[in-house]
Write a protein that binds this ligand. Structure first.
Ligand SMILES: NC(=O)c1ccc[n+]([C@@H]2O[C@H](COP(=O)([O-])OP(=O)(O)OC[C@H]3O[C@@H](n4cnc5c(N)ncnc54)[C@H](O)[C@@H]3O)[C@@H](O)[C@H]2O)c1
Length: 469
């Protein structure tokens, strides 16, 4: 610990003042590389992006927990960072011990980064959630201590869309029931109420990342697509946006839900909406469990109104794998299991090797951009701030990053300090109590950087100062 601090020259965070900084290093390593992602390239409007040298990158310590995909590990190690990757999460006491020493931590859903743990993370700059959700992290505490958090909300969209396509055919042909019967030794060859999907209408509720992807796939299989969304969105292919949910429910043979979990989407499909659906139609929910009123669905299926359903998500879901899908979970689970032509899956819509790989790449790219360039695009707890890259022709430039409390008068004081120098470009934004300023300054020498750093460090609103050059 002490050794790492000496090399990096990063003082421990003083929690009483909620302040810390990274000092300018004069010993960049030859292994330093700027981000290789296409995003990094797009940032450079002129010339080759400059390789910024905040500190000796070989000394950046990263802890990856919960078996983060190899794709993500490779991106981080190729930067020259020290990466320790563990296959599991850690008990809290071991997590606290380890987090004290690292600048970056990568987790998935099982690691809880609460205030107690983050308080010990004196050197932590950034958290990568190699998953969709971020509710395992105290985002507000992290922001107030200058720790950015990144995740990968959309990397598994294709996986969900493909699952839904499979379910449409499976329901139309009653494949789940036929397969279960064969497993029990019963040969039951039927064509009654089994359909091709060609020419049928798919109604997509929520035309976002997943819904729009699904639209393209469904049309390729000969379905006609209608969709409903609260936002007016451009249709892909020959899909048509419906003015109301009721219009969609009246016309669709298959209804599939792809909306977020919001107060407005709770029980969005209940008895009244099921009654508006066509007789013998099908319902698919791979969005969030709260969106469908399940007892109402059970009734609609028992009456024959709904001919089949596929559910991947449930209001309450078990935390671990095991024999948990019984009435102690939601109260109606066993009744649901007994309904015919219903596909029940354990929230696997986005669970594919490809999605894990994409998540690894997206989150690691975001971490590298943040560490090397200070860019916060995609952060879930900091204002999203971006400046085009400095280029290799700009040799006497430095990038100043000042994370501070969002209080009146700060920018004037910051600009008094930067105003002594030639500010080439500057941006700042705020999110709640936290504000993020990034400025590129030209014609600066190491002594100027020291002066800028000391000036910013002295401001009472300071949370974190970084200088990259
Ligand atoms: N089953 C899984 O494993 C899995 C995996 C990934 C995502 N999901 C879930 O799928 C859902 C959709 O994900 P996405 O990535 O497509 O999200 P997205 O944010 O890209 O799209 C959601 C769309 O829903 C629309 N919308 C919001 N409220 C609406 C309302 N009341 N009525 C109609 N439309 C509304 C939005 O305008 C947006 O276009 C989310 O709930 C997400 O949590 C599930």
């Amino acid at each position: 610990m002490a050794q790492a601090q000496n090399i990096l020259n990063i003082p421990q965070r003083d929690d009483s003042q909620r302040q810390r900084h990274l000092s300018v290093s004069t010993s960049p390593t030859a292994t330093f590389q700027s981000p290789q992602s296409s995003f990094g390239g797009a940032l450079a409007r002129r010339g080759v992006p400059k390789q910024l040298k905040p500190f000796n990158t070989q000394d950046i310590k990263i802890l990856l927990l919960e078996n983060v995909n190899q794709s993500g590990q490779d991106i981080l190690t190729s930067q020259g960072y020290q990466v320790e990757a563990l296959k599991t999460s850690l008990p809290e006491d071991q997590l606290i011990e380890k987090i004290r020493d690292v600048h970056v931590i990568g987790i998935r859903s099982k690691t809880k980064l609460n205030e107690k743990v983050l308080k010990e993370a004196k050197n932590l700059l950034v958290i990568g959630c190699f998953c969709i959700g971020t509710n395992q992290v105290n985002l507000d505490y992290a922001a107030r201590h200058g720790i950015a958090v990144f995740n990968s909300p959309f990397a598994n969209s294709r996986s969900v869309a493909e699952l839904v396509i499979a379910e449409i055919i499976t329901l139309a042909r009653q494949l789940g029931d036929r397969s279960n019967e064969m497993h029990r030794g019963t040969w039951n060859k039927v064509s009654n109420k089994c359909w091709e999907i060609r020419g049928k209408t798919l109604g997509i509720v929520g035309y976002g990342h997943i819904g729009s992807q699904l639209s393209v796939l469904a049309e390729a299989m000969g379905m006609s697509v209608i969709y409903y969304d609260v936002v007016s969105l451009m249709a892909l292919g020959t899909a048509r946006q419906m003015p109301t949910l009721q219009d969609l429910l009246n016309q669709a043979d298959f209804v599939t839900l792809h909306v977020p979990e919001l107060p407005e989407t709770k029980d969005m499909i209940s008895a009244a909406q099921l009654a508006q659906m066509k007789d013998g139609s099908y319902l698919i929910n791979a969005s969030r469990g709260t969106v469908v009123d399940i007892p109402a669905l059970i009734n609609a299926m028992r009456s024959g109104k709904i001919a089949g359903a596929a559910l991947d998500v449930f209001p309450s879901e078990p935390r671990a794998n095991g024999d948990y899908f019984n009435n102690s979970l939601n109260g109606w689970d066993e009744e649901l299991r007994s309904v015919s032509n219903i596909i029940l899956t354990p929230h696997i819509g986005g669970s594919t090797e490809e999605a894990q790989r994409a998540i690894g790449i997206e989150v690691s790219d975001a971490l590298v951009r943040y560490i090397n360039q200070g860019v916060t695009i995609g952060s879930v707890n900091m204002p999203e701030v971006n400046l085009r890259s400095m280029t290799s022709e700009e040799s006497d430039y430095a990038r100043v990053i000042f994370i501070h409390q969002n209080v009146p008068g700060v920018l004037r004081r910051v600009n008094e300090i930067l105003g002594e120098h030639n500010v080439d470009k500057q941006i700042s934004d705020s999110r709640g109590d936290c504000a993020y300023l990034m400025a590129d300054v030209s014609n600066v020498q190491t002594s100027d950087l020291r002066e800028i750093l000391d000036g910013l460090e002295a401001l009472s609103s300071r949370i974190l100062t970084r200088v990259l050059y």
